[in-house]
Ligand binder design. Structure first.
Ligand SMILES: C[S@@+](CC[C@H](N)C(=O)[O-])C[C@H]1O[C@@H](n2cnc3c(N)ncnc32)[C@H](O)[C@@H]1O
Length: 302
């Protein structure tokens, strides 16, 4: 039996109750394996997907955090399954995402060299049209302790449309305005999350809110539905809510969902809408009305 939910889509009654549900069900997070939930969501129902999947880099190496040598290991979910296992997992979840996207929908997938080439290969194989590969430059990267490599200071985010013939949404004018009247480049310099975004605890691979707000603002409209199959501490959900988009998240680990719940209440429900929303639609009355500062920061190269 199908029931109609506030997300405005028929939901399979066999779906579990979401672990989190806000604003009368406009934003929900399921505690589950995304490969179990995605096949139960209705096809062609999602406008945009952001996925920050396991990068499979938890290989026992070391890195530097706050001046201290620490393990790079993020958790069991990030341990490599071997090339073939990593490939099969990536192929499966991207295939499941494609079924959910509307014909003109698009997907953004982040990664480092450990996984991004497999991601690109799967996108091509499954029939997506690659639109851009964004280079996210971290302005505060940790030093390379081995001194045998350049300091890793970037991640790639591939943006792809569902089909070769998709007429994907790109809010070109908004992006140009945010970039001081010049075309926005595919190189984005944005700080990794600083302590203000970690008030309630730490997720080992938390993405900055500014990154998520930018890519959601670039490729969706208000009330569009955004999905994140690896939602972690709910950064995508918070950015979606602050931009007045709907959100479905899926996350395996209850601890990360609980962290996401605290963040969602403070950073979305209490903090209000994003200044970006007013930039997109200046007539809107946005509580957090600091657009001038935002324009300044972006024009200055962030
Ligand atoms: C790279 S992190 C995402 C972090 C997130 N972008 C944030 O800002 O907090 C990947 C997350 O996916 C979760 N995960 C791993 N495999 C999963 C699966 N099969 N289904 C759902 N979640 C999964 C992990 O627990 C982890 O929190």
């Amino acid at each position: 039996m199908n029931v109609r939910a506030p997300l405005d889509m028929p939901i399979d009654a066999a779906l579990p109750t979401p672990a989190l549900s806000y604003e009368n069900g406009r934003h929900v997070v399921y505690e589950a394996d995304c490969l179990e939930i995605m096949p139960r969501l209705p096809g062609e129902s999602v406008d945009m997907i952001f996925a920050d999947p396991p990068y499979f880099l938890s290989n026992g190496g070391i890195t530097c955090k706050a001046g201290k040598m620490v393990s790079v290991n993020k958790g069991r979910w990030d341990q490599s399954l071997g090339f073939e296992g990593n490939y099969e997992f990536t192929h499966n979840w991207i295939t499941a995402c494609r079924r959910l996207l509307k014909p003109d929908g698009s997907i953004w997938i982040s990664g480092t060299s450990h996984i991004i080439h497999i991601v690109g290969c799967c996108l091509e194989e499954i029939g997506f049209k690659i639109l851009n590969d964004i280079t996210w430059v971290k302005t505060n990267p940790p030093p390379n302790l081995s001194c045998r490599y350049f300091t890793h200071a970037t991640e790639t985010i591939i943006w792809a449309a569902r089909d070769k013939k998709s007429r994907h949404r790109f809010n070109y004018d908004l992006m140009r305005r945010l970039n001081g009247g010049k075309q926005m480049l595919s190189v984005w310099a944005i700080d990794a999350p600083r302590s203000a975004e970690k008030t309630f605890g730490k997720h080992p691979t938390q993405k900055p809110l500014a990154l998520l707000e930018r890519l959601i603002a670039a490729s969706t409209l208000e009330n569009d539905l955004v999905l994140d199959p690896f939602s972690g501490s709910c950064t995508t959900g918070i950015a979606a809510a602050r931009l007045n988009r709907r959100f479905i998240g899926i996350e395996l680990d209850r601890n990360f969902i609980e962290l996401g719940a605290k963040r969602f209440k403070a950073e979305a429900l209490h903090a209000g809408l994003s200044p970006l929303l007013q930039a997109a639609m200046p007539s809107r009355n946005v509580r957090n009305n600091d657009v001038g500062k935002l324009f300044g920061e972006i024009a200055n190269g962030t």
